[in-house]
Design a protein around this ligand. Structure first.
Ligand code: AHR
Length: 521
């Protein structure tokens, strides 16, 4: 769980980014140049990069997604309508469940059958609270069908058995008259569910069993052997992978077990400080802005190094790299149970999300899934709830603005921009990503990392004649601006455009902002 965060005083972007001398003084105009090679398309950006993670943790599942059929909060079969509707708008491609650390103490048979007869357990990882098991396999798979997402179920290696895992897969996918398929039918589901993704363990180096990679490589091979499903519904088998920059874990896993895995996962969290003193979610100063964004940019080095190891053992790139937990992690919010990992979400989080997407786009050949931690009320959430109230966070808006990048074709981008510096921190001032979406449109995302100064961006699009660009920008009045239940629209996207100047498109990008535009050709 305790993913490292390295302090990077000089953070580089993986895009071809050329630093030019920074202008000094707030009054001076800053300018940057972005060149998009629309005539040199690259890999497909998997829509699963926009995946989510929902763990039995705090108010993520219970209250956040599930309120039960008898709740006064408007719901569909127990799922809150406001959250379902917001998630549908987001076109969530995949949801990972039930953990996280919770996965390795979850026994799936606790969560099937009549709800009132399900056993109450203790959630030992997250606050020692009672787990009623009201939300189990049927509820999760019903939920993902409701929001139009694919299921990614994480199996229990740490305290489970190969048999328990195999039976879970059979219960979900079984077609015939096997006892498990019949049990599923008796519990109300006639047809098998689709099961596109199945995870073997979670953080087996930590909360998933404190294993060594040599031991887990063998265990992975054993457990994965028994994951069987009917043809046409065979899940991608995901091996639990490294803690941040533990490249040795990847080396051992790939050298010992590559042929048994379809995907390999890595977890990386962005903290402004250290695990013992992470820093607050709001009310922070500029050094924490710079440090957070710098740590978010470390994702590029991390993915590049894990990918290089994977290339050694899988040069054809058959195995996907899944960053199946990522996002910001701050100090506990006063007044909330510290084990519930509830935190506010500001324009800073929006920039972390956008920078992360831009990095993952650049690694699209290898990175085929990412799952932000977590969907509702936990860590870098899309949605926060309080009783019947709900709000959309700045991170939600970035996910929504980036929808055109789902399954789009990557286009290389070269950036020339002033650096953003604060104290010892030295970061690229501007980041960008471009892609041709499946609907044929050309989309450009721009990020201004400087919290104080706007920048004029001149974008040249090689290979097309760009006439203009329209879209939306997300910015805010302060570095910790956020939405509250009383003021839910403080940070929301607004219309934004670029105009043609000579052979380029010109954008006036506000300080601390993310913009996504469709280029008019
Ligand atoms: O997302 C919260 C926790 O972070 C997960 O349970 C665990 O896998 C990670 O350490």
């Amino acid at each position: 769980m305790r993913t490292i965060v390295r302090r990077r005083l000089i953070a580089a972007c993986a895009a071809v980014s050329i630093g030019v001398a920074a202008h000094t003084g707030a009054a001076q105009a800053r300018s940057a140049t972005v060149t998009v090679s629309a005539d040199q398309p690259g890999a497909r950006i998997s829509r699963y990069i926009y995946g989510q993670f929902a763990e039995h943790l705090g108010r993520g599942v219970y209250e956040g997604i599930w309120v039960g059929e008898d709740s006064p909060i408007p719901n569909t079969r127990g799922f809150r309508n406001d959250v379902i509707e917001a998630l549908r708008r987001l076109k969530v491609p995949v949801v990972r469940w039930p953990g996280g650390c919770f996965a390795d103490e979850y026994h799936w048979k606790d969560g099937i059958g009549r709800r009132e007869q399900r056993p109450v357990r203790i959630n030992t990882h997250w606050g020692w609270v009672e787990e009623t098991n009201a939300f189990g396999t049927h509820e999760f798979l019903d939920f993902v069908e409701l929001i139009g997402a694919d299921a990614y179920v994480a199996g229990n290696v740490g305290s489970g058995s190969p048999r328990e895992m195999a039976e879970w897969v059979e219960y979900i996918t079984g077609e015939g008259n096997s006892a498990l398929a019949q049990l599923r039918r008796r519990n109300g589901r006639e047809k098998p569910w689709r099961l596109p993704f199945f995870g073997v363990g979670n953080e087996t180096w930590g909360c998933g069993g404190n294993m060594r990679p040599e031991y887990f490589a063998d265990l992975y091979r054993q457990f994965a052997t028994f994951i069987k499903a009917p043809e046409g519904n065979r899940p991608v088998k995901v091996a639990s992978g490294a803690n941040g920059d533990d490249y040795r874990w990847t080396e051992v896993m790939l050298s010992q077990a590559a042929r048994y895995m379809d995907a390999y996962s890595v977890h990386y969290y962005t903290l402004p400080g250290r695990w013992e003193a992470k820093g607050p979610a709001t009310g922070f100063a500029e050094d924490q802005w710079a440090s957070t964004l710098s740590h978010a940019l470390f994702m590029d080095e991390l993915v590049a190094k894990h990918s290089a190891i994977m290339d050694k053992y899988d040069p054809e790139k058959r195995i996907g790299l899944y960053v199946d937990e990522w996002g910001t992690w701050y100090d506990p919010t006063p007044g909330h149970n510290p084990a519930f990992l509830y935190q506010q979400n500001t324009i800073r989080d929006a920039l972390v999300a956008a920078l992360t997407f831009n990095i993952l786009h650049r690694h699209a050949e290898r990175v085929r899934m990412a799952n932000i931690a977590q969907m509702v009320n936990v860590l870098q959430a899309m949605i926060l709830t309080d009783g019947e109230k709900m709000l959309l966070t700045p991170t939600y808006h970035v996910f929504e603005m980036y929808i055109p990048f789902q399954d789009a074709t990557f286009l290389p981008v070269q950036i020339e921009a002033p650096r953003y510096t604060y104290g010892d921190w030295n970061l690229p001032g501007v980041d960008a990503s471009a892609a041709r979406s499946p609907d044929g449109g050309l989309y450009l995302a721009l990020v201004n990392l400087d919290p104080n100064r706007p920048v004029t961006v001149s974008a040249r699009i090689n290979g097309v004649s760009a006439r203009g660009a329209e879209g939306r920008v997300l910015t805010a009045s302060a570095i910790d601006s956020h939405n509250t239940f009383d003021a839910p629209d403080t940070v929301r996207p607004r219309p934004f455009r670029g105009v043609r100047r000579g052979d380029a498109l010109q954008f006036e990008l506000p300080a601390r902002s993310v913009a996504v535009v469709a280029v008019r050709e």
